[in-house]
Design a protein around this ligand. Structure first.
Ligand code: FAD
Length: 417
C-alpha cells in the first residue's frame, strides 16, 4: 500500500483516485473550488453552462464503460441521445461528416469533387505516411473539399497553417476515409443512427458536472489548494504541508513540471523543452437560441470566427430551466472578448441572445514532430522517480473523457505491478 498524492481533480485525477484507492491511500489536491477541471459546469440564471465545450460521454472500450456505469444508475440518471450533427455550408444545413452527404450539395460542386476522386493525383495512403495534416486532408478528400471545407474549418480550430501540424499524434483520433465508403454513404444513404458513435450519454441533471461530482464522492480531496512546489525528502514527497507521500500523480499542465517539481532531475532536464509546448485556448459564449433538434453545428465559413455551436439545451431539458427557449454554447478558438463574440453571434442562425461567457486558455494541445517520442521518454523518467504524468495536459495527449479514464486504468496497472 502506497501513500499517493494526486494533483488535479479533473476527470483524470478523479478516475485515478477512485481506481487507486482500492489498494492505496490517496489524497487529491485541486486549485479550483469544485472538481471537474475542463468538464466543470455552472448554473447561470438556472440554465446549465458548460464552461468549456459541451461534454458528452461515450466509449468504445467495454472496460471503461463497465467501470463508468458502476458509479451511476444509467437508465435513471442519464439520457441516451442521438448525435444530430450538421454543417452550415454555403448557407445551407447539410449532414456531418460532409463526405457522406455530398448528395445534399449542388451539382457543380459535387462534379468537381468527383473530378478530384477520378484524377490520377488521387492516391490516398495510410494517414501516417503524410508529412502533415494539410497533405493528409488534400490527398484523402481531394482539393475541392479541402479548399471549401477542411482547410477553413481546421484553420479556425487550430489557428495555424495546417502544414505545421504533424500527424503522428492524431493516430486513432482521425476519421479514416476510404473512397468506397464515402461513395457508398452517398449512394446507399445511411441513417445516422446506424453509424458508429451515433449516440452519446448525458446526465439528466447537471451535465458533466454531475459526472465529476459523483466521481469525487468518497475521495479525500483538498479543494482551493494550488500546488506550487513539491519537495522531496528521504521520507518521501511533501506538498501543501502534507506528506510524506510515496508517489505523486500529476494531472496538471506538464509545461509547469519544472516549477511544480523543483527537486526532480527529469523536470530539471526536460523543463526547457516542456515549457515551450504549444497549445490553443477556446472562448465560449453561452446563449439562448430558438428551439431545434440539432446537437452540434459546424461552421466552416470564414464570415465568422466561431467554429461550432453546441446545442447543450437539446441534450437535457433541465439545461434550459431558466429560459423560455433552448440554450447553446458558441465556441471560438482563441482569446475573444464578450463584446466581440456578442457581435459575431449576430451572423449565426437561431436568434442568439448572450447569457454569459468564458475563456479557457488551455483547450487543445499541439505537437511538434518529435513531441510524442520525447514525452514517452520523459514519462518513463518521471515514473522512475515516483512521479506519474496522467491526463490531457500532463501526458500532452488529445484525450476525451473515456481516454482519460482508460489512461487512469493503465496507470493503476503500472503502479501495482
Ligand atoms: C472544447 C472541448 C470539448 C470537449 N468535449 C468533450 C466531450 O464532449 N466528451 C469527452 O469525453 N471529452 C471532451 N473533451 C475532452 C475532456 O475535456 C478531457 O478529456 C478531460 O476533461 C481531461 O481531464 P483531465 O483531468 O486530464 O484535465 P483537466 O480537466 O484539465 O484537469 C486538471 C485539473 O488539475 C488541476 N490542477 C492543475 N495544476 C494544478 C496545480 N498545480 N495545483 C492544483 N491543481 C491543479 C486543474 O485545476 C484541473 O482541475 C473536450 C475538450 C475540449 C477542450
Amino acid at each position: 500500500m502506497n501513500r499517493i498524492a494526486i494533483i488535479g481533480a479533473g476527470i483524470s485525477g478523479l478516475s485515478a483516485a477512485q481506481i487507486l484507492r482500492k489498494n492505496h491511500s490517496v489524497t487529491v489536491f485541486d486549485r479550483a473550488s469544485k472538481p471537474g477541471g475542463l468538464v466543470k459546469c455552472d448554473r447561470i440564471r438556472d440554465n446549465l453552462f458548460h464552461r468549456v465545450g459541451g461534454h458528452v460521454f461515450n466509449s468504445r472500450n467495454q472496460e471503461v464503460l463497465d467501470w463508468f456505469w458502476s458509479f451511476f444508475e444509467r437508465d435513471k440518471e442519464f439520457i441516451k441521445a442521438r448525435r444530430n450533427a450538421k454543417i452550415l455550408f454555403k448557407g445551407k444545413l447539410i449532414g456531418y461528416p460532409i463526405e457522406n452527404y455530398l448528395h445534399q450539395l449542388d451539382k457543380e460542386f459535387v462534379s468537381s469533387v468527383l473530378d478530384d476522386f477520378l484524377s490520377s493525383d488521387y492516391q490516398p495512403r495510410s494517414p501516417f505516411s503524410y508529412p502533415n495534416f494539410a497533405d493528409f486532408l488534400k490527398s484523402n478528400f481531394g482539393k475541392t473539399l479541402y479548399e471549401a471545407y477542411f482547410r477553413p474549418y481546421n484553420e479556425k480550430i487550430w489557428n495555424t497553417n495546417l502544414e505545421n501540424i504533424p500527424l503522428e499524434w492524431l493516430e486513432g483520433k482521425l476519421p479514416m476515409p476510404d473512397l468506397k465508403s464515402m461513395l457508398l454513404s452517398n449512394i446507399v444513404v445511411q441513417e445516422e443512427t446506424e453509424m458508429v458513435h451515433a449516440t452519446f450519454y448525458y446526465a439528466k441533471e447537471g451535465g458533466s458536472q454531475f459526472i465529476a461530482d459523483r466521481l469525487a464522492e468518497g475521495l479525500d480531496i483538498r479543494l482551493n489548494t494550488e500546488i506550487a512546489g513539491v519537495s522531496k525528502t528521504e521520507a518521501g514527497y511533501f506538498l501543501a504541508g502534507e506528506g510524506p507521500f510515496d508517489k505523486i500523480v500529476f494531472t496538471g499542465d506538464v509545461r509547469q513540471a519544472a516549477a511544480v517539481f523543483p527537486d526532480s532531475q527529469t523536470a530539471l532536464k526536460a523543463g526547457d523543452y516542456l515549457r515551450k509546448l504549444p497549445s490553443k485556448g477556446t472562448s465560449n459564449i453561452f446563449c439562448e437560441t430558438d428551439l431545434g433538434d440539432v446537437s452540434w453545428l459546424y461552421l466552416p465559413g470564414i464570415e465568422t470566427k466561431a467554429h461550432r455551436i453546441i446545442y447543450t439545451g437539446t441534450f437535457a431539458e433541465s439545461n434550459n430551466r431558466g429560459s423560455e427557449r433552448h440554450t447553446c454554447v458558441v465556441e471560438f478558438s482563441g482569446d475573444y472578448s464578450f463584446e466581440f463574440m456578442s457581435e459575431e453571434i449576430k451572423k449565426l442562425p437561431g436568434n442568439l441572445k448572450p447569457i454569459d461567457w468564458n475563456h479557457e486558455p488551455n483547450s487543445y494541445i499541439l505537437h511538434n514532430h518529435e513531441t510524442a517520442s520525447l514525452l514517452k521518454e520523459f514519462n518513463r523518467n518521471f515514473a522512475a522517480e515516483g512521479i506519474y504524468l496522467l491526463g490531457r495536459f500532463a501526458e500532452w495527449e488529445y484525450y476525451n473523457m473515456d481516454k482519460a479514464i482508460e489512461a487512469a486504468m493503465k496507470l493503476d496497472r503500472e503502479i501495482n505491478q
